[in-house]
Design a protein around this ligand. Structure first.
Ligand code: KG4
Ligand code: ZN
Length: 348
């Protein structure tokens, strides 16, 4: 069993390293360093070439910093857990190559981790008591999905987005409103000042099943922005109308999944789960039905602590990656299994 795991995450525009230390029991987070690449703000989105170069420059110092903050020497590290996908392939390659070199030279165990499984494990970093079964809503810049998680490592897809991811919709609407990148935090801040009654946007696919679609909502906001004669006056109200519509859909489907499975817990994960507003809306809607488990924002944004935690789980199963570990932009979630039977989706 690995007692000290170094996590490395470079799948998008955060360069991150973390140390998890366990003394035979549950692992504790000993350090977490996250370096956000600000360069992309100039371009209004992540520029892949710039992201991989910035990872290359920053990663050795970020890893060093994580070791120093944890008070752990490299000699004490048992295993290296690194995001192997999904993500930007050039960015992933920097982390994977660095982790392989470290593990090979130091004769340490290596484990490639799926980024989405990392997001699922984020609340478990802080909440040692979190155990399946639970329903998980994963919403990030690249993915939006509802999962039935009967046990760690076993995942049943209830539904995913047919077009845009929830975070992507936030980023695109932020651009329409003339806000910066990433859009989520800016829209959340502005929406808090907005009038909820001024703009009511469509809630695509709200009344059916577990799948999502956000492109129609985005288009509706686009039309409203074009129709506005005074965007500075309307901006906060538009942000509020958009956020309310998107969260209403997310939480309605989460509630439907909780009711259909009968599970006592619902996990929120991924970058969109940084939104305290989403956590509050979900807690209100599921009050008396299920407990909401959500990590603090810095563990929901891309970070290496969640990667180390998911890696720790996989290492505990005896899994190891070998030196052929490669970065894969479209790495599928491990342990995906078919639903035993189609899940009846009750109203709502
Ligand atoms: O998981 P993540 O950090 O990166 C990916 O793996 O994609 O997610 C980033 C996404 C961005 O689209 C960002 O706008 C969104 O998460 N996000 C938010 C909030 N904070 C970040 N969306 C809504 N409200 C927030 N407060
Ligand atoms: Zn992510």
């Amino acid at each position: 069993m690995a007692d000290v795991v170094l996590g490395i995450e470079t799948s998008c525009d955060e360069t991150s390293a973390a140390l998890l230390v366990s003394d035979g029991g549950r692992p504790e987070l000993a350090s977490l360093v996250i370096l956000s690449q600000d360069i992309h703000k100039i371009f209004g989105g992540v520029v892949p070439e710039l992201a991989s170069r910035a990872h290359l420059t920053a990663l050795p110092a970020v890893v060093e910093r994580a070791l120093v903050e944890a008070g752990v020497g490299w000699h004490a590290v048992d295993a290296v857990a690194v995001t192997a996908g999904p993500g930007l392939v050039g960015s992933l390659l920097v982390g994977v190559t660095y982790a392989k070199a470290l593990a090979y030279a130091g004769e340490r165990a290596l484990i490639g981790v799926n980024h989405l499984e990392g997001h699922l494990f984020a609340p478990a970093v802080e909440d040692a008591a979190l155990e399946p079964p639970f329903v998980a809503l994963l919403a990030s810049g690249g993915h939006t999905m509802l999962l039935d998680v009967p046990a760690w490592g076993r995942y049943r897809m209830l539904g995913a987005t047919r077009d845009d991811a929830a975070g992507e919709a936030f980023d695109k609407v932020a651009t329409l409103l003339g806000l910066g990148y990433p859009g989520g935090p800016e829209i959340e801040r502005l929406a808090a000042l907005g009038d909820p009654a001024r703009f009511t946007f469509p809630r695509p696919m709200k009344n059916e099943g577990f799948e999502f679609s956000f492109s129609g909502l985005k288009t509706a906001v686009l039309h409203a922005v074009r129709a506005s004669t005074d965007l500075p006056r309307d901006r906060a109200d538009l942000a509020r109308g958009f956020q309310d519509a998107l969260f209403d859909v997310l939480v309605t489907k989460l509630e439907r999944a909780v009711r259909a499975t009968g599970y006592p817990t619902a996990v929120l994960g991924g970058g969109v789960a940084c939104s305290r507003t989403l956590a509050a809306v979900a807690a209100r809607r599921l009050d008396g039905i299920a407990r909401i488990a959500v990590a603090s924002p810095r563990l929901n944004a891309d970070n290496a602590a969640m990667i180390a935690r998911a890696g720790w789980f996989r290492l505990g199963l005896g899994e190891r990656s070998d030196w052929t570990l490669d970065a894969r932009a479209d790495l599928p979630l491990p342990g995906l299994e078919a639903l035993p039977q189609p899940l009846h989706a009750p109203h709502p």
